[in-house]
Design a protein around this ligand. Structure first.
Ligand code: SAM
Length: 261
């Protein structure tokens, strides 16, 4: 009797287990789809996508602009940036060995922008996230005298204190803004909106960004293609996108702010 009971249980359980298996397969389908999209997403092949700007949301995992998680507060983000920028040993290197190594490279970029008529010796210029101001010194060496840098930590007389999420300048102040620190923006929309606010109509913004490799551990976002950047510049036209070799940053993106209507 008890053997028969066990046998009945086994025959009843087999289809039950099969049904459970099929249901669990169904339930896990979204997970496998997500995994597949994540691993084989076309965004890795960013070099060949068109420049047509499409709306992107920065905190969406499928976006080509992703904010890095892990900052518990805005203060924590600022403190992390300051930890590196205020490091006395690094500041010594930036102002000595790095000084002569980096300035000629920046100067060459700015000469090329002058040739393209995107920068002029009479331009009023700002370098965003300029640290000790090597790019500002380079601008001055190519004849753009009215230039200044801005960073969380000032470095007088080349760099004034300011947060790029809230620039300490009036609307329409600059003809030209350069930055190679877009990846440090916790709020990229704000970073770009501030540039567009402080540029004069027809003013030019040039950004150096990393698309092919991830920027350093102090970065606050990762950019995988130029489209999200183009979409953020709501009041500007894209001028060019070109490859550069700028201290680990591989792409130059230039914009011109629209004239007021
Ligand atoms: C990778 S370093 C670039 C320094 C410089 N542009 C160069 O090429 O030598 C990033 C700089 O961005 C600055 N930074 C980070 N967050 C900032 C913020 N919210 N506002 C202004 N500067 C910021 C840092 O203090 C740091 O000096």
């Amino acid at each position: 009797m008890s053997n028969m009971h066990v046998g009945m249980n086994v025959t009843l359980t087999k289809p039950f287990i099969l049904r459970c298996f099929i249901i669990s397969l169904f339930l896990s389908l979204p997970f496998f789809l997500f995994l597949f999209r994540h691993l084989f997403s076309p965004q890795q092949h960013h070099r060949h996508v068109s420049i047509a700007a499409t709306a992107t949301t920065t905190n969406n995992n499928n976006s080509n602009l992703r904010i890095r998680p892990g900052y518990s507060s805005y203060d924590a983000y600022i403190q992390r940036q300051l930890n590196k920028t205020l490091n006395p040993r690094l500041r010594k290197i930036w102002t000595t060995r790095d000084w002569n190594r980096k300035i000629p490279v920046f100067a060459r970029f700015f000469e090329e922008l002058k040739e393209k008529k995107l920068l002029d010796k009479n331009s009023k210029a700002l370098c965003i996230g300029a640290r000790v101001g090597q790019e500002v010194e380079a601008l001055r060496r190519v004849g753009v005298w009215d230039s200044v840098g801005m960073d969380l930590v000032p470095y007088p007389p080349l760099v004034v204190k300011g947060d790029f999420h809230n620039q300490p300048f009036e609307n329409g102040t600059f003809d030209f803004e350069f930055s190679n620190v877009f990846d440090h923006a916790l709020y990229p929309e704000r970073f770009v909106a501030e540039i567009e606010r402080t540029l004069k109509p027809n003013g030019v913004c040039v950004l150096h960004v990393a698309l092919s490799r991830r920027a350093d551990k102090f970065s606050a976002n990762d950019l995988y293609s130029v489209e999200p950047l183009v979409a953020l510049f709501k009041n500007s036209a894209l001028v060019h996108v070109r490859d550069v070799d700028g201290f680990g940053l591989d792409t130059e993106v230039a914009f011109r702010k629209n004239t007021l209507r």
